[in-house]
Design a protein around this ligand. Structure first.
Ligand code: GLN
Length: 493
């Protein structure tokens, strides 16, 4: 087995036993990137020299006998909307193409402090608006299981990188599904933490009341290890909550029997791909066999989730993106007067989906329409949250499909924004309710594409979600963790 094939937890063991050095580990991932990246296109910026530097500094400390964090020396890839000091952070947008942040996001500061070498910044939909990574201003990322398909989005670069062994771990962000949906399309575990669990400081804002940073990994244990380091209070983010952070890896040891599981009726719906629904129900049966109590639950407000989300998220986006005016950040198109400059800069450097969101949001917030659209949507959001509170009185965990279909073809939905929006139909209400939500692989379909099951729990129950995910992982016998990709010119990797 090559080093890039190991999970983060196993790399951590090898490093701690000094069986390998971090430089060897990082080199293995860099070699893998050289081989695979030209086909998959997971990264916007590569940082090999920085990764090797960080690795040798960890190796030096280890040889001196310094006490190091379990993840010290284990490399990571970071989505390109998470600020990295002195290193280009583009948000996959022309407007920030050459933007170099003067500070690190809190999560980046943390991973640097504990010595996790940074392999690069990953591709995404522009400003995290999208579900396929096709909205990147630079290039789309391919689904490693099938190059004609999308990896999901907006954290598609992070997902494809972990899925192909170009990184053992990655950070993504999830506003309305952007960690869970790509995790499910690429066969990974992806966790959207409770709103407030992980600091958003330095995460370039899309919709601030929804955005959360979270892990993408091959296993639940790897996500638990990363959650242990990124979770917690941060004085720099007023929405970060001061709840104590448990040891998420310790949660994995407990069993799942006696858990009350609610199968969300709306998320195993008849309109969904039947193979996905069958795979989810098979996973539910595994939980039942182990002693979980299972019943169906309805979240009736789900039908209004998409409508509410596509008013709230664009409204916040239209306000957040007002700062890109050519004066303070990034690209400036010039012009004879200030209005001409604003309009040329924004007109040229924002992509079509970002412009669409800004227009929807500006409309929904404008005088006369605010009450009819934005305010209504906020009321629906409250009712959605109540649906969840009610369901959590009866159930510990709610489950359903992560996505209604497997990964779709590149180009299939680019001309039809509504179809694209509908691909997050199962993910959006969890986001609106602010509850933690995880996607765990639950099978591989008849054409070789991974399928995911979504698990949702009350606020701050990430440990419970990871425990159920780890249980399902142990029962998994039916598919490889990573794809073998056939290259067009023959051979595979
Ligand atoms: N696909 C959804 C959107 O385009 C969610 C994106 C996200 O979670 N960042 O808004």
């Amino acid at each position: 087995m090559k080093l890039y094939e190991y999970t983060a937890a196993n790399l951590s063991k090898l490093l701690r036993k000094k069986e390998v050095s971090s430089v060897e580990v990082v080199q293995s991932f860099l070699d893998r990137i050289e081989l695979v990246e030209p086909y998959v296109k997971s990264f916007i910026t590569h940082t090999p020299a920085m990764a090797l530097d960080m690795a040798s500094s960890v190796d030096r400390k280890r040889s001196k006998g310094e006490k190091l964090h379990p993840l010290a020396g284990v490399p990571i890839a970071v989505k390109d909307n998470i600020s990295t000091q002195g290193l280009r952070t583009t948000c996959a947008s022309r407007i920030l193409e050459n933007y170099i942040p003067p500070y690190d996001a809190t999560v980046v500061k943390t991973i640097k402090q504990l010595g996790m070498p940074l392999l690069g910044k990953t591709n995404m939909d522009e400003f995290a608006m999208g579900s396929s990574t096709e909205n990147s201003a630079f290039y789309p990322t391919c689904n490693p299981w099938n190059f004609e398909r999308v990896p999901g989005g907006s954290s598609g670069g992070s997902a494809a990188a972990v899925s192909t062994g170009m990184a053992p771990l990655a950070l993504g962000s999830d506003t309305g599904g952007s960690i869970r949906q790509p995790a499910s399309h690429c066969g990974l575990t992806g966790l959207r933490p409770t709103y407030g669990r992980v600091s958003r400081y330095g995460l370039i804002a899309f919709a601030s009341s929804l955005d959360q940073i979270g892990p993408l990994s091959l296993t639940a244990r790897d996500s638990a290890m990363l959650m242990n380091v990124i979770s917690g209070y941060d004085t720099l983010d007023s929405t970060a909550l001061p709840e104590a952070v448990p040891d998420y890896t310790a949660c994995l040891e407990e069993g799942v029997n006696k858990l009350k599981i609610g199968v969300i009726k709306q998320n195993v719906s008849e309109g969904f791909d039947p193979e996905i629904t069958a795979a989810v129900m098979k996973a539910v049966a595994l939980l039942k066999d182990d002693g979980a109590e299972v019943d169906e639950v309805s979240l009736p407000l789900t039908d209004y989730g998409l409508g509410a989300y596509y008013l709230i998220a664009p409204s916040e986006a239209s306000s957040n993106l007002g700062r890109y005016d050519g004066v303070r950040y990034g690209f400036n198109a010039g012009g004879n007067n200030i209005e001409a400059m604003f309009s040329a800069t924004r007109g040229r450097a924002f992509g079509p989906e970002v412009k669409r969101r800004i227009m929807i949001g500006t409309y929904a917030l404008s005088a006369g329409y605010y009450d009819a659209y934005y305010l209504q949507a906020m009321k629906v959001r409250t009712l959605i949250r109540r649906d969840y509170e009610k369901a959590f009185k009866r159930f510990d965990v709610l489950v359903g499909a992560t996505t209604p279909t497997p990964a779709f073809k590149i180009g299939e939905k680019t001309d039809d924004p509504l179809q694209m929006y509908l691909s997050d139909i199962c993910n959006i209400t969890d986001s609106l309710a602010g509850v933690p939500s995880l996607s765990v692989p639950c099978g591989i379909n008849s054409v070789g594409l991974p399928m995911g099951m979504q698990l949702t729990a009350p606020p701050f129950s990430e440990g419970l979600l990871l425990k159920v995910a780890a249980f399902l992982e142990q029962k998994r016998t039916y598919f490889p963790l990573r794809p073998r990709v056939k290259l067009p010119q023959g051979g595979d990797f």
